[in-house]
Design a binder for this molecule. Structure first.
Ligand SMILES: [Ca+2]
Ligand SMILES: [Ca+2]
Ligand SMILES: [Ca+2]
Length: 262
């Protein structure tokens, strides 16, 4: 399938893969490309177009970047401490979706133990300076946030950035780790870049495990619906994750670092 895919035009590949994306989705390729890369993945390590085609069964047009990001983040997997590698973000420069929206949370992981992560996508037409951004965590209905600064370089149009708890089970999927990524279902999370609120998960001031399984803020992985192209900028209105998110089983990591929308 790899060999064949590399010979077929990308248009045909995209169409074919869109068809199977919903059914099979990320599980095989997401994990193979990113999680499996450190030990043995011959397919996605170094090549460009063929690795893009291979991983695109999970991610469509943004695949080339994602493959690269998974491979590069291998280096960060050896340093599971508090900082990130900026190289992992620049490698996602060929991701798709740039210019079609804004910057927002594209995935939320509230897993077992310390398996907490957030994915941010840049759908702007311009680069995003990650150092201009913070995630504010309002714990347990509190009104005062704890700030988690993003580190790394520039997130290009269509690029995705993954920040995880420092003890996340698959650090190779993370562009940055920080012990402050420790939400457990009743904590509002706000993405602020350049002083502007770009997205809000949850409702500030309210302590609630928002939603219901499988689309719940607790014990689930949530991915933003493709109809969403900009964040929710209201911190204080009622929050129902089912409106803008799709739920997946707890500890699903297969789409971290990927953005599948057309
Ligand atoms: Ca909490
Ligand atoms: Ca809101
Ligand atoms: Ca994702």
């Amino acid at each position: 399938m790899q060999l064949r895919a590399s010979l077929v035009s990308s248009v045909v590949v995209s169409i074919a893969l869109v068809g199977c994306a919903t059914g099979l989705g990320g599980p095989t390729d997401g994990e193979g490309g990113a999680g499996g890369a450190p030990s043995s993945s011959p397919a996605t390590g170094t090549t460009t177009s063929s690795s893009g085609s291979t991983t695109s069964s999970a991610s469509g047009g943004g695949s080339t970047g994602e493959g690269g990001a998974g491979a590069t983040s291998t280096s960060s997997s050896s340093t599971t401490s508090a900082t990130s590698t900026s190289s992992s973000t620049t490698s996602s420069s060929t991701g798709s979706g740039g210019g079609t929206g804004d910057v927002f949370f594209s995935e939320y992981v509230e897993g077992t133990s310390n398996n907490k992560a957030l994915e941010i996508v840049n759908l702007r037409a311009t680069n995003l300076s990650l150092s201009s951004c913070v995630i504010e965590r309002y714990s347990n209905g509190g009104a005062t946030p704890t700030d988690i600064a993003l580190s790394g370089g520039s997130l290009p149009p269509g690029g995705v950035f993954v920040i995880c708890n420092s003890s996340f089970a698959q650090p190779g999927l993370c562009d940055q780790t920080n012990s402050g990524i420790n939400h457990n279902g009743d904590d509002a999370l706000v993405l602020v870049c350049g002083g502007t609120t770009l997205d809000v998960f949850g409702r500030v001031g309210e302590q609630l495990n928002w939603g219901n399984p499988p689309t719940s803020a607790i014990d689930a992985t949530l991915r933003r619906k493709c109809t969403v192209t900009a964040g929710d900028t209201n911190k204080f209105d009622a929050f129902d994750p089912a409106v803008q998110w799709n739920g997946h089983p707890v500890d699903t990591f297969s789409n971290l670092g990927l953005y599948d929308c057309p």
